[in-house]
Design a protein around this ligand. Structure first.
Ligand SMILES: [Zn+2]
Length: 230
């Protein structure tokens, strides 16, 4: 009560602005104004055909479903969401996007049997530098809506990789092979795990992570979700 009074009071002088277009947000809006929210290039697979993320991952490993929230193109308004989430100390954007994603998961995969959410881990060095794992913030948003627990102690990132943006698909796949390890007391065996990443480009990182889980516990079921699909 007092906290919200205080933030309303602050808003009179420092209104929050839309991450996309910088207009002042209204009371009912958060992170994005209504127009920018409507303009998100969402991925709505209308038919039973493969959606673009499933199309990218099919044949790499067995998964239950795969879904990305929107098409990601650099230099577009909505790319600011992911930029601020990763580089501008805005973990709240991750929670917000996770909530949007969860609503879509609920619509499209109603009777899913997901037992737990596993954010793709960062290497401890990068986690320390950023202060939070952006994928874990997205997982929190999903967990808020779907009431599914998050597990962050089962999968570890044992190798610190440099940014992958300038590498080819093959280089990326080689670069991330075996960078993940499963902890000895992992509880993922025979569970349905929803793996979360912020942006999927070639799929190399998420494939490597899924393969590490399946190697340690072949009976685990895996689904994949991300915010952006580049
Ligand atoms: Zn806006």
């Amino acid at each position: 009560m007092r906290a919200s009074f205080f933030s309303d009071f602050l808003n009179l002088f420092f209104p929050e602005t839309c991450i996309g277009c910088s207009t002042n947000l209204r009371y009912s809006e958060k992170i994005l104004c209504t127009q920018c929210l409507l303009d998100l290039p969402r991925i709505y697979p209308k038919t039973k055909q493969l959606n673009p993320l499933e199309d990218l991952l099919v044949g790499q490993f067995n998964f239950e479903f795969a879904h990305a929230l929107f098409h990601y193109t650099k230099d577009k308004t909505y790319s600011k969401l992911l930029y601020n989430l990763k580089y501008n100390n805005r973990p709240d954007i991750g929670v917000y996007l996770g909530e949007l994603l969860a609503v879509q998961i609920e619509e499209m995969h109603k009777n899913n049997s997901v037992d737990c959410i596993v954010p793709v881990p960062l290497h401890s060095k990068r986690l320390h530098k950023r202060g939070y794992n952006q994928s874990e913030e997205i997982a929190k948003g999903i967990s808020n809506v779907l009431s599914i627990p998050i597990k962050t102690n089962d999968v570890l990132r044992k190798v610190h990789t440099q940014t992958q943006t300038s590498k080819s698909r093959e280089e990326r796949l080689n670069n991330v092979a075996n960078i993940f390890a499963i902890s000895n007391n992992s509880t993922l065996e025979s569970k349905h795990v929803l793996l979360i990443d912020d942006v999927i480009t070639t799929g190399a990182t998420i494939i490597s992570c899924a393969l590490a889980i399946l190697k340690a516990s072949p009976n685990t079921k895996i689904s994949i979700c991300s915010i952006g699909l580049a």
